[in-house]
Design a protein around this ligand. Structure first.
Ligand code: SF4
Ligand code: SF4
Length: 395
């Protein structure tokens, strides 16, 4: 039997020694208890397809579809399995081999025709904002999940935000595709923090979506096109670091943009490195923190956000049980796999509510949207906010 699985690497797949130590960390295995919904099961399936020892079966694809791509398995694997790389390549191969599924074709079309084009995305944001004001929001699940949209984030005049006080660093900032529309307040807070930290912030003109959503959904060609366009843009400027306040985008830029090697920094990683001035006021709030998978597992950043939050005078920080287990958002997963996403969210909400926190701090817009929707549905008034907003409470 021949195999068309050309992107999957035999070497990568061979790193799995089938020990099973990743199973209990995998959110879909924790829900179902099924080997087929575990990292080991998925690696086995992809290996057989790659070797051509198992015929490609449209029904089996659902085990790959149900993977969140959260990379928790990669973080706990003693054998160094590069699961993120495996699932991205596997998904791209599967998309070539499978019978087109209408929902997935629709999401690919939306990514290519909307998300990749900033002007069209702005129009869609304006239309959604208007529909919300007129109470015309779609009753579809994705519509219900959207936050109430504010005016979108706009970079300052001249695409430069000056450092407050002495300029110590020059950073580029990723504005991204959906974040300036969904959560402009996160960007405003992040940029203020950078200015307070002595950074001149440059907003690369013409910068587009980084391509993370494309790559995570098996559209590597779409992701490559965006990388090409963005790389040209980044070459036009000089900067010490490209600061990113969305964990999924940061992980993708670190893995997929070789020219930026070592210069992509998550906001919390960068602030921990360069330092922020002492808080100006005392804050009285009980805060818990939900790890973003692409920050905790893909970028291995767990300590910095917690240290920064704890350093705010007056914050009562309470650690959540299973804080580093996925909330079920995972990019487009909550739209493409709503049932599994909801089951994972239900478990997560138990842990969130048990903290009795007033604020859940996050580092990724997908997690924010998922937790907000879940808490709203449970009638909770717990606030979900970006880590930059939590830190800005002190200034
Ligand atoms: S992915 Fe890693 S932890 Fe999981 S079974 Fe394979 S070697 Fe073991
Ligand atoms: S990426 Fe997440 S959902 Fe997928 S196999 Fe690994 S732990 Fe499970």
């Amino acid at each position: 039997m021949t195999s068309n699985f050309s992107r999957l690497s035999d070497d990568d797949l061979a790193t799995c020694v089938h020990c099973g130590l990743c199973l209990d960390a995998c959110p879909t295995f924790r829900i179902t208890g099924l080997e087929t919904e575990s990292p080991r099961g998925r690696i086995y399936l992809m290996t057989q397809w790659k070797r051509g020892t198992l015929e490609f079966d449209q029904e089996q694809v659902k085990h790959i579809d149900l993977c969140l791509g959260c990379r928790t398995c990669e973080a706990v694997c003693p054998s160094g399995v590069p699961y993120g790389r495996i699932i991205e390549a596997g998904r791209a191969d599967v998309e070539d081999a499978r019978r087109p599924a209408p929902k997935r074709l629709g999401s690919r079309l939306a990514l290519r025709q909307l998300v990749a084009h900033p002007a069209r995305l702005r129009l869609a944001g304006n239309a959604t904002r208007l529909a919300q004001r007129l109470h015309l929001t779609s009753i579809a699940r994705s519509g219900r999940m959207l936050p109430r949209l504010r005016a979108r984030y706009c970079p300052p005049e001249g695409n430069i935000a000056p450092a407050f006080g002495e300029r110590k660093h020059r950073v580029a900032f990723l504005v991204g595709c959906v974040m300036p529309i969904l959560y402009p307040q996160s960007h405003y807070a992040a940029v203020k923090l950078l200015q307070l930290a002595g950074c001149e912030v440059w907003f690369p003109p013409g910068e587009r979506c980084c391509g993370a959503l494309f790559a995570h959904n098996g559209d590597l060609k779409g992701a490559e096109r965006l990388r090409e366009a963005n790389t040209k843009t980044y070459r036009a400027g000089s900067f010490d670091a490209l600061v990113v306040d969305s964990a999924g985008c940061g992980a993708h830029l670190k893995d997929f943009y070789p020219e930026l090697k070592g210069r992509v920094k998550d906001l919390t990683e960068w602030l921990a490195e360069v330092g922020i001035p002492a808080p100006q006021k005392k804050v009285k709030v009980r805060v818990t923190y939900q790890d973003a998978c692409h920050l905790a597992h893909a970028q291995r950043i767990k300590k910095q956000p917690r240290d920064l939050i704890r350093a705010v005078d007056g914050i009562e920080f309470v650690e959540m049980r299973h804080a580093d287990i996925c909330c079920g958002a995972a990019g487009l997963y909550s739209t493409l796999e709503p049932d599994m996403s909801q089951r994972i969210l239900d478990q997560k909400l138990e842990d969130v509510l048990a903290t009795k926190a007033e604020v859940v701090t996050v580092a990724n817009p997908g997690c924010q949207m998922q937790l907000e929707a879940g808490l709203r549905a449970r009638g909770s008034n717990m606030k979900v906010e970006h880590v930059a907003e939590t830190l800005m409470r002190a200034f």
